[in-house]
Design a protein around this ligand. Structure first.
Ligand code: TYD
Ligand code: MG
Length: 466
C-alpha cells in the first residue's frame, strides 16, 4: 500500500510544517498544529486540475466594463456595509462569535431577497431543516420562498446548486461544518475549510450567484477557518457585539467592491434582528447625565457620525501597581492620555485605579476619542459631572496639544440633531461650525483640564511646592 503523506498544519494561521511541534513558528500559538493528509489536499489544487500549460489571453487595462451587478436586500443597514447589496458572482464571508446572530441575520436577508422574487438557497450544515423552519416561523418569515438544504458535503452542495436555474444568493451556514471528498482530513480543519471555501468561491464566479459563507471565530482561535478564508473571498464582514447587550454591529473589514469602514447597527429582539436607524439615540439611551466621569464622544463610523458615551471611574488604589481596565478602547491609548495628563497638565492621576468603558459594548478605534476620554477621566477624578449638553472630540498629541480631526461638521450636526448644544474640541474650520452651537476650541489639553476642574469638588493637581 502506498504510504500516505502528511503535513502538519497550524489550525490558527494555516502555516504548514513538516513535523509536529508544540508551538507554531509562524504565529506563535501553542497546540494548534494538527497532522493532515495531503494526497489531494494542500498543493493538490493545481495538480488535480491539470491546466496543460495553455497560454491565456493578455488584455489591455483600458477596456469595456460593467458596474458590479448587485442583489439588494432592502435591509438598509446590511446593504450599507456591503456597499449597496451583495455582488453577483462574488463570495462574502460573515464571521463572528457563535451565538451572536449570524444565522438570524442571514435568514432574514434570505427571506427579504426571496420576497423580492430572487432565487435564494440556504444551506445549513449546523441545523436540521425543521430547526431552520422553526426559526423562520418565530421570525415571522415562515412563508418566504427560500429553498433549504441541510448538507455538509461540498460535492453534493455543488451538484445541487448547479442543478436547476442559477441562484441569485447562496448562503452556506457554516463553512466549518463542510467537508470535501478531495481532502482526507477531518471537517473543520484548515485544509477542509480552505478547500471547501475555494470550491464555493469558484462556484460563485461560475454561476454568477452571490455566495455568503458563515464562519465562527472564537477568542482563542481554536476553530480553524475564517482567517484562512479571508483572503480568498471578495468581502469580509464581522458581526460583533456582546451577548449581554442587545445591539449588534456588522462591520466591513475587507471589500473589493466598496468601502470597508462602514458599520450596520442592529438590535437583537425576540422577533429577530431589527435595524437601528439612529444608533446615537440607542447608545445614549441609558446615560446617567448627572454622574461624574461620563463624557459624550462625537465619533465617526465610516461615513456616519455616531455619538457614544464614554465612562471613566478613577478611584484611589490600594495596590502598589494600580489597576487599569479598559473595555471598548485601546488600553495603550489610555496609558498615553494618562501620561499626557500627568506630564503636560500636572494632573496627579497615575496612582489611582482607572476603569474606562465605552457604553453599550461598542469598540472605538478613532484617536479622536482622546479628548472625550480625557474629559471623562478629569470629571471622575474631580467628582464634577460634565455639562449635559456637551460633546467632545479631538486627538491629543504627546506634547499636550489638541489636534483637529476630520469630519468635524458631520459630528456637530449629529450632536445638534440629538439636542446637544456645545462642543469641546481642537481648532475647527469656520465652515464646519454649525449655527447656534457653542464651540469651545482648545489648542492645549491643559486649557480644557482647567475648564473642567474649575467646576470640580477636588483639586486636580497638588498645590505648587509639593
Ligand atoms: P444565531 O443566529 O443562531 O447565532 P449564530 O448563527 O451566530 O451562532 O443567534 C442565536 C442567538 O440569538 C440566540 O442566543 C438567541 C438569539 N435570538 C433572539 O434573541 N431572537 C430571535 O428572534 C432569534 C432567532 C435568536
Ligand atoms: Mg448559526
Amino acid at each position: 500500500m502506498a504510504k500516505l503523506k502528511s503535513n502538519f498544519v497550524c489550525q490558527a494561521c494555516g502555516a504548514v510544517s513538516t513535523r509536529w511541534q508544540g508551538r507554531c513558528d509562524a504565529c506563535g500559538e501553542w497546540n494548534t498544529i494538527v497532522e493532515e493528509l495531503i494526497d489531494s489536499g494542500i498543493g493538490a489544487g493545481p495538480k488535480a486540475a491539470k491546466s496543460g500549460g495553455r497560454p491565456t489571453n493578455l488584455l489591455p487595462l483600458a477596456g469595456e466594463t460593467e458596474g458590479a451587478a448587485r442583489v439588494v436586500t432592502g435591509i438598509a443597514e446590511l446593504d450599507r456595509v456591503t456597499g449597496g447589496g451583495f455582488v453577483k458572482g462574488s463570495a462574502l464571508l460573515v464571521g463572528g462569535d457563535p451565538g451572536i446572530g449570524k444565522s438570524t441575520l442571514l435568514l432574514q436577508s434570505a427571506a427579504a431577497l426571496a420576497n423580492r422574487g430572487k432565487r435564494v438557497i440556504y444551506v445549513s450544515g449546523e441545523e436540521a431543516i425543521a430547526q431552520v423552519r422553526l426559526r423562520a416561523q418565530r421570525l415571522g418569515l415562515g412563508e418566504a420562498s427560500v429553498l433549504l438544504a441541510a448538507e455538509t458535503n461540498v460535492e453534493i452542495i455543488l451538484a445541487t446548486l448547479e442543478n436547476g436555474p442559477p441562484p441569485d444568493l447562496v448562503i452556506i451556514d457554516s463553512i466549518q461544518t463542510l467537508w470535501t471528498d478531495r481532502v482526507e482530513s477531518a471537517p473543520g480543519t484548515v485544509t477542509q475549510v480552505r478547500t471547501s471555501a475555494q470550491a464555493l468561491t469558484r462556484l460563485a464566479k461560475k454561476t454568477g450567484a452571490a455566495v455568503v459563507l458563515v464562519g465562527h471565530v472564537t477568542k482563542d482561535g481554536q476553530i480553524a477557518g475564517p482567517r484562512v478564508v479571508e483572503h480568498m473571498v471578495d468581502a469580509v464582514l464581522y458581526f460583533e457585539g456582546d451577548s449581554s447587550h442587545t445591539f449588534r454591529i456588522l462591520r466591513g473589514v475587507k471589500n473589493r467592491y466598496g468601502a470597508t469602514d462602514e458599520i450596520g447597527v442592529f438590535a437583537m429582539t425576540e422577533r429577530g434582528l431589527e435595524q437601528v436607524a439612529n444608533p446615537s439615540a440607542l447608545f445614549l439611551d441609558q446615560r446617567d447625565q448627572d454622574a461624574a466621569g461620563s463624557a459624550v464622544f462625537a465619533g465617526m463610523e465610516g461615513t456616519r457620525p455616531i455619538l457614544i458615551e464614554i465612562q471613566a471611574l478613577v478611584a484611589p488604589s490600594p495596590l502598589g501597581t494600580p489597576r487599569r481596565a479598559v473595555v471598548g478602547w485601546d488600553s495603550s491609548r489610555l496609558s498615553m492620555v494618562l501620561a499626557v495628563l500627568e506630564t503636560r497638565c500636572g494632573v496627579r492621576i497615575g496612582a489611582n485605579d482607572i476603569y474606562l468603558n465605552v457604553a453599550g459594548g461598542l469598540k472605538i478605534n478613532e484617536p479622536a476619542a482622546d479628548l472625550a476620554v480625557a474629559a471623562a477621566l478629569i470629571s471622575s477624578l474631580t467628582g464634577s459631572p460634565l455639562p449635559k449638553e456637551a460633546v467632545y472630540f479631538g486627538e491629543i498629541s504627546l506634547a499636550g496639544g489638541v489636534r483637529p480631526v476630520v469630519h468635524a461638521g458631520l459630528r456637530l450636526r449629529e450632536a445638534q440633531k440629538l439636542g446637544f448644544q456645545s462642543v469641546m474640541t481642537g481648532r475647527m474650520n469656520t465652515v464646519d461650525r454649525a449655527g447656534d452651537f457653542a464651540v469651545n476650541e482648545f489648542t492645549q489639553l491643559s486649557e480644557m483640564v482647567s475648564r473642567i476642574a474649575a467646576n470640580g469638588k477636588k483639586p486636580v493637581a497638588e498645590p505648587e511646592g509639593w
